[in-house]
Design a protein around this ligand. Structure first.
Ligand code: ROI
Length: 167
């Protein structure tokens, strides 16, 4: 059975927007999966001081993969794009997070879904709302309510890419 997963993308090294575009291409190639949509790109300051600014986006992926198989596939894409896990919250070429996986509530050591920090992060909620404005989270929270409590302040929405290379 196919499930709709939402994936958070983030990068703050080595041409972040290009990293996100490459990652979206890699998501398009995942087995048993269909990239159903991608949000605009948003730029914002790092939540931790002293790091370059991040570019973030959210993708909608319909997938036959099981959650941990999807996590393995996302980590392989991160590795392909040169991510080194030097420090836990350090700068990174690419971060791919499973935000939501259908209506599943998942809490195992490798994976927590809904993603722990998504409820209060503007750089997750606003791109997610582009794809699914009426979304209800499996823990009962409503996206529009979370947005109302999470100011857009500090987010910069990048112009939508157009032309033959865009999705
Ligand atoms: N800050 C922003 N703006 N975007 C991120 O993706 C992001 N990721 C992180 C920390 C360092 C918490 N800050 C971030 O891991």
């Amino acid at each position: 059975m196919s499930e709709r997963a939402y994936i958070g993308l983030g990068s703050n090294l080595a041409e972040p927007a290009a990293q996100l575009r490459h990652a979206l291409e890699a998501l398009q190639r995942l087995p048993g999966s269909h990239l159903a949509g991608a949000s605009s790109f948003y730029v914002s300051d790092s939540l931790l001081p002293g790091q370059p600014r991040y570019t973030n986006a959210v993708a909608a992926l319909d997938t036959e993969l099981a959650p941990l198989a999807l996590l393995d596939a996302l980590q392989a894409i991160e590795q392909d794009q040169g991510r080194e896990r030097l420090e836990r919250w350090g700068p990174r070429t690419l971060d791919l997070d499973i935000l939501l996986f259908g209506d599943h509530l998942i809490d195992v050591p490798r994976l927590q879904v809904p993603h722990y920090h998504m409820h209060a992060r503007a750089f997750v909620l606003y791109p997610l709302a582009e794809l699914a404005p009426d979304l209800h989270l499996p823990d009962g929270r409503i996206l529009s309510q979370l947005l109302a409590e999470c100011p857009f302040t500090g987010l910069e929405r990048m112009p939508v890419p157009s032309g033959p290379d865009s999705l």
